[in-house]
Design a protein around this ligand. Sequence first.
Ligand code: NAI
Ligand code: MG
Length: 492
Amino acid sequence: MTAAEQTIAPPKVSNKKMLIGGQWVDSVSGKTFESINPATGDTICQIAEGDKADVDLAVKAARKALESKPWVRMTGAKRGRLLYKLADLIDANRAELAALESLDNGKPINDAMNVDIPGTANIYRYFAGWADKNHGKTVPTAGPYMAYTRHEPVGVVGQIIPWNFPAMMMSWKWAPALACGCTIVLKPAEQTPLSALRIAELAQEAGFPDGVVNVVTGFGPTAGAAVAEHMDIDKVAFTGSTAVGQQIMQAAAKSNLKRVTLELGGKSPNVVFADADIEMAATHAFFALFFNMGQCCTAGSRLFVEEPVFDQVMDAIKTRAERQRIGDPFDAKTTQGPQVSEKQMNTILGYIEAGKSDGAICLTGGGRVDRAGYFVQPTVFTDVKDDMKIAQEEIFGPVLSAMKFTDVDDAIRRGNNTKYGLAAAVWTRDINKANKFSAGIKAGTVWVNCYNVFDPAVPFGGFNMSGVGREMGEYALSNYTEVKSVVTALGK
Ligand code: NAI
Ligand code: MG
C-alpha cells in the first residue's frame, strides 16, 4: 500500500485542552483560540490558550518529573523502549495523524501519509537507539589523577515549533531530548496544534511518566515568549523565522543564559549546470520549491541555471507548475493545498507584487486562486536580479525565482550572496564542479544531484542567519547533554 489512494472525509475534531503534568487541563485564564482549516477558512475547534501562568505550571511539572524517581532511575535502554513504543503508536495511528495534519495545515493527504507521519515515526526510532549510547569517556591526564566525563541531561527544555511540518518538527525536538533524559515543555505553532496534542496522548499511552512531556498551546508573543524567558528552563530549541529566532536568543541571554539552538529560514540556491541530466534536474527543481506549497525551510527558492539550458529547464518547470492539481487536501489527486493561513497567503501575494514591480518576468501564475481558502497559484519568475526582494527574502510560498549563471565560481559567489545558509544543491555530471561547489557554498546541507533528501542520521542546520546548532544524527545529542568532568586524585 502506498496509502491514501482514496479521497477521505476530513475528521471531526473536538475542542482541545493542554497537557501539563500528565493532566489534560484548560488554560489558567480559561481563554481559548480557534484552529482554522486553511482550505476553507472555517474553524476546526477551540484550543486552550496558554500564557505565562500555564508555562509556569508546565515548567514546574517538567522540573518535578526531571527530579523524580521514575525518570531519574530509568535506564537509557528503558527510555529507548518508550521511544520505540511511541514510534510504533505513531505508525499504528498513521491515518488519523495524517488527517489531522492535512486538516490543520492544509497539506495534501498523500504527503501527510507518505512523508510527514512515517518520517516522524522514523525520527523517534532513530533516537531510541541512541538512548543507551550517549555516555562519557575516561580521559588520560598528566598527573596522578583519573578523569572521566558524564553525559547528563541538560534539564528542563523548552521547545517552540512551526506549522509547516508540525508532527515532524516536534519529533526533531522531542526524540533527542527524551533520548538524553531531559523533560519537555513544548509550544506548538498556533496554526497547527492538533497533531502535537494527539502525539502527546500517544506518549502517555507509550508510558512516559507524568510531566516528562508537557504541551502548552498558545501564541508566540505570549506563551512562546514565556518559554524563552523562563528562569527555570535550561535550554530552548526553536524552529521558525529568523526574526523570532533573534528574539529567542535575546530572551535567553537576558534571563538565565539557557542553551539555545535555532533552525531558521533559508534562501537556498539550487544550481543546474548544462551537463546535468536536465529532465531529472528540472523535475527536482520543481519539487525543491513547490513541495508543501513552498513552505519548506530548505525550499530551493533561488534557481540558478547555466545559460545554454535555461529555456529548456524553465519550460519543463512551467509545464509542471501548470499541471499542479490545486484543491481540497483530502482529495487524493490534489498535489497543492492552501497556504497555512490568510496572513501567510497575503505575505506571499505581497512578494509576487514586489517581483512584478521590480521588473522580474512572471512566466506563470502570479496571483491568488479564485476559490475559498488560502490558495496561491504556482508562480515562476525569470529575469530575476540578485538584489531583488524575491531573490533575497524568504517567501515561504509557491514562488520560484530563476536566474542564469555562467560558471562554478559565479554560482558559488552568487549562491553565497544571502544572509542565510541552510541548504544548497548542484546538478552536474562533472565531479569536479560538484566538489568545488560543495566546498565553496556556505550551507549546512549540500545536495548533489538530489534535493530534500533527509535522514534521521544526517545532521541538519544552518550557516549564517539560518541558525545555530544541528538537529538529527549524533550531533543532535549534544543539544540535550551537559558534559560534566570528574577528576579524582589517585593515592595520596
Ligand atoms: P514564527 O517564527 O513567528 O513562528 C514559529 C513559532 O514561533 C510558532 O510556534 C510561534 O508561535 C512562535 N513564536 C512567534 N513569536 C514568538 C516569540 N516572540 N517568542 C517565542 N515564540 C514565538 O513564524 P510565522 O510568523 O509563523 O512565519 C513567518 C515566516 O517565518 C515564514 O514566512 C517563514 O519565512 C518563516 N518560517 C520558517 C520556518 C522554518 O522551518 N525555518 C517555519 C515557519 C516559518
Ligand atoms: Mg490550522
